[in-house]
Design a protein around this ligand. Structure first.
Ligand code: KG4
Ligand code: ZN
Length: 341
């Protein structure tokens, strides 16, 4: 089955062709980062309008790259939530229109299930069951995964998501958007142990997270340095490192705790923050200690992309799932409500 996947939940237009027998044939992405950068974050209306402009050229591009015709496509998968409603509506309308015109089925995909399954596109995919750490701009969740659609939420952020904390902290340090890669870049030049930031909610039991206090702690530290006349590049790097280390260690402690709680030793990390090298290194060391393994996607498939939507949609379509022609999107959508395959 050849599936066209469309991703438009936020600020990237992602398109891919996934074949149930041959795997990923082609994928293309247009990132709107330059469009939103001057505003310091995503402007929803601009995002929707740009998805409209990019979608059809990207579909033509993946077809050409895969050497396929539109008549070869068996089904269309699109992100139907969670995300920005206007942006989601562009992908959903486009997918449903193509499905109607081509007389093929369409299926709406949960964006976070897409992220969660992205490591399946790699050479050594994880096998069920495993614990997943989903860390994106909108979500921070620990999930026990026993199969596709078999999800049990173990813990989540009570305030900011990990990616959101990176983005907000970067902004208050005067860095660009998106903040995650900017902080990671500065942290590489940071002086270890000049600052030590708190590891929120690690001193009590449970698997929930809180990152908003850490953001405030970072701001206060930076303001104190500036007030003392030190607003140097090196201090910014040192603060970036202290912040990154606090997030990474907090996530590592909770992952270890989650694996112990459910008695598993396989961990999947997914979503934009899973591209962070310090996080990967820290989790690899922690899992090494318990004889377990960490799985993640290549950096391009950690952040938003069409390949993960084509893959997740294909699994659901092959299992017989499809949606009616209604154009329905969900700004919020708990992943545990998805049907199990
Ligand atoms: O999954 P994603 O592309 O979009 C959402 O579904 O939200 O995640 C984007 C988030 C942003 O907050 C971005 O700052 C963060 O992922 N991010 C990173 C890195 N690359 C992207 N955070 C830390 N380190 C990185 N290398
Ligand atoms: Zn995402």
């Amino acid at each position: 089955m050849l599936v066209l996947g469309l991703e438009t939940s936020c600020d990237e237009t992602g398109v891919a062709l996934y074949d149930s027998e041959r795997g990923l044939l082609a994928d293309a992405l247009f990132s709107q980062i330059d469009l939103h950068r001057i505003y310091g974050g995503v402007v929803p209306e601009l995002a929707s309008r740009d998805h409209v402009k990019r979608m059809l050229p990207l579909i033509r591009q993946v077809l050409a790259e895969a050497g396929r015709q539109s008549t070869d496509i068996d089904a269309v998968a699109y992100t139907s939530g969670p995300g920005l409603v206007g942006a989601l509506l562009v992908g959903a309308s486009c997918a449903q229109a193509l499905a109607l015109a081509w007389g093929i089925p369409a299926v709406g995909v949960h964006h976070m299930e897409g992220h969660l399954l992205a490591p399946m596109l790699e050479a050594t995919p994880p096998s069920f069951p495993f614990v997943a750490l989903l860390v994106s701009g909108g979500h921070t969740q620990l999930v026990e995964v026993s199969g596709i659609g078999r999800y049990r939420l173990l813990g989540e952020s009570v305030d900011d998501a990990a990616g959101e904390a990176f983005d907000k902290t970067a902004k208050l340090l005067g860095l660009g958007y998106p903040g995650g890669p900017e902080i990671a870049r500065l942290a590489e030049r940071g002086t270890p142990s000049r600052f030590r930031f708190p590891r929120p909610m690690t001193d009590r039991p449970g698997l929930d997270f809180s990152f908003s206090g850490l953001k405030t702690f970072t701001l206060t530290t930076w303001q104190q340095c500036v007030a003392a006349g030190d607003d140097s590049e090196q201090t910014r790097c040192d603060i970036a490192l202290a912040f990154e280390q606090a997030v990474v260690e907090t996530l590592t402690i909770k992952c270890r705790r989650a694996l112990k709680q459910v008695g598993l030793s396989q961990l999947v990390i997914a979503g934009g923050v899973s591209a962070n090298r310090a996080l990967r290194r820290s989790l690899e060391a922690a899992l090494g200690e318990i004889g377990g393994q960490v799985h993640y996607a290549r950096p391009r498939f950690c952040t938003d992309n069409g390949a993960m939507i084509a893959y997740a949609g294909c699994q659901r379509l092959v299992a017989g799932q499809q949606d009616g022609p209604a154009i329905e999107v969900h700004a919020r959508w708990p992943m545990e409500s998805l049907p199990a395959l």
